[in-house]
Design a protein around this ligand. Structure first.
Ligand code: SF4
Length: 264
């Protein structure tokens, strides 16, 4: 994929799976920004002033919902506004994807409502707050620049965790424990926030429901990841782009139509 995109520079379209994933990420970016705004308002105003944002002090109704008391409909509205429609082969497929997204967002709302202090901390009583969404980073690893973006960064005041959204089927715990993307996130958190990353999480949003897979990285594991990155860099320098097809990766690859070894 790297060779097609960056060496042969073959123009690429966007697959339906990528398009759906982008729609979900756009929607959850807006949701995370809303959570941050609610957190800022709660910190920035006193109890007396909070009444200004109290649902009972406004003429809010279904047609004019209170933006600071989001409901499942708020998230569904974000979803419809974020849905990228023009990548689907037909209207029927687009409608199918849009309705699938509605189900995923309903499941995400239930997950979020249970755990987020932004919405009253119901359920788990956790105190994690969103501190960044879709945050870009650029770090130095082995003298090379690695760029990436966190989907969502949370803090409980002491520790930081990163949540990465996936619309693919859940991976096993072993796969998540060995995932290089999460290791790079751990390095980036250390560099940006000047503290170790307390938790790394893939949040799988799929037809199986919301599945959390959490992991951590020790300093030894991060050193192993740096060696792995060095090996990849060496392969790139020697133009070794030996493909490693797998159904999970090739399914979303924009070059699967021109690749001789694409996995079915
Ligand atoms: S189809 Fe699979 S093997 Fe081929 S370039 Fe894409 S990811 Fe690599």
């Amino acid at each position: 994929m790297f060779e097609y995109a960056n060496v042969k520079k073959i123009p690429r379209g966007i697959s339906e799976a990528e398009s759906f994933g982008s729609s979900v990420h756009n929607c959850l970016k807006r949701w995370g920004e809303l959570e941050m705004e609610i957190g800022r308002r709660a910190l920035g105003v006193g109890q007396d002033q909070m009444v200004l944002f109290d649902k009972t002090s406004h003429e809010y109704n279904d047609d004019n919902p209170d933006p600071l008391h989001p409901t499942p409909n708020t998230l569904l509205e974000f979803w419809h506004q974020s849905f990228i429609i023009n990548t689907y082969a037909s209207r029927v497929e687009a409608d199918f994807a849009r309705e699938r997204g509605e189900r995923l967002m309903e499941q995400f709302y239930a997950w979020s409502h249970l755990r987020s202090s932004s919405f009253g901390g119901q359920g788990s009583g956790e105190v994690w707050k969103v501190i960044a969404v879709e945050k870009s980073f650029s770090i130095d690893v082995n003298g090379s620049v690695l760029k990436g973006r966190f989907d969502r960064v949370e803090s409980d005041g002491d520790s930081i965790r990163v949540i990465d959204f996936k619309t693919s089927p859940p991976r096993s715990q072993d796969q998540v424990d060995a995932d290089l993307q999460l290791s790079i996130y751990a390095m980036a958190i250390e560099e940006i926030y000047k503290q170790p990353c307390g938790e790394l999480m893939f949040l799988f949003l799929s037809d199986e429901g919301v599945v959390e897979r959490s992991t951590t990285r020790s300093e030894n594991q991060l050193n192993d990841a740096r060696k792995q990155i060095k090996t990849i860099e060496d392969n790139m320098d020697s133009k070794d782009f030996h493909p490693t097809p797998s159904a999970g990766v090739c399914r979303c690859c924009p070059y699967k139509g021109v690749c001789d070894v694409a996995a079915a």
